[in-house]
Design a protein around this ligand. Structure first.
Ligand code: CO
Length: 214
């Protein structure tokens, strides 16, 4: 028996269940995708995007990487954002972190894990910047969880500082960037209330004029 047999059986049951509820579901989806949301989340196996927010295939455009980091030089993440904003015209970008994130935790310690250490470097910098604030929390767990929140807030800023998002706002496109966090211990996904929906919400030094306009 194939190593994948259990997954293949699961898939057959899943596809059948969806078809029972809506016989045309897959045929309709095959024609086009019109998701309203782009999810930027952690690769952690315990944080499955669609399931958490009760979304079906076709509802969420998804990018995941370790510790839900958005870097201005990451062609992969930027290409996902560009396609989602310019072509799919999603209305909401959901930057979703999670409590107890291993990537965030690793950024607070001095052990090496390999290539991933470089990927997480900006979170290590954030930890250093926030060390006095984080020191006010009593336990290691609380410090990790707070840094998970601060990381989401930083990534929301990073998304809103991209020319992709700012050009969408310049042309009047409706687009909001939300910061959210998921609790692995309780399954609850919550809004951190740091939504950015316009240029006016950004600090002046982070605002760029439309391309070619001086
Ligand atoms: Co994580």
């Amino acid at each position: 028996m194939s190593d994948l047999q259990q997954l293949i059986d699961n898939n057959a049951r899943w596809a059948e269940k969806i078809k029972q509820q809506d016989p045309d579901f897959f045929a309709k989806l095959a024609k086009q995708q019109v998701p309203e949301y782009l999810w930027i989340g952690c690769s952690d196996a315990r944080v499955p995007a669609n399931e958490i927010v009760g979304m079906l295939p076709g509802d969420l455009f998804v990018h995941r990487n370790v510790a839900n980091v958005v870097l201005h030089t990451d062609l992969n993440c930027l290409s996902v954002i560009q396609y989602a904003v310019d072509v799919l015209k999603v209305k909401h970008i959901l930057v979703t972190g999670h409590y107890g994130c291993g990537g965030v935790r690793a950024s607070m310690h001095d052990a090496q894990f390999g290539l991933i250490d470089g990927w997480l470097r900006t979170i290590r910098d954030l930890y250093y910047e926030q060390r006095e604030h984080l020191a006010t929390f009593a336990s290691e767990e609380e410090r990790v969880d707070r840094l998970c929140e601060l990381n989401v807030i930083q990534q929301v800023r990073n998304v809103s500082h991209t020319t992709i998002v700012q050009n969408a706002w310049h042309r009047g496109q409706e687009l909001s960037i939300h910061g959210c966090i998921y609790g692995i211990k309780d399954g609850i996904w919550k809004d951190l209330d740091v939504t950015v929906s316009s240029m006016e919400q950004l600090a002046p030094q982070n605002r760029l004029r439309p391309l070619g306009r001086s």
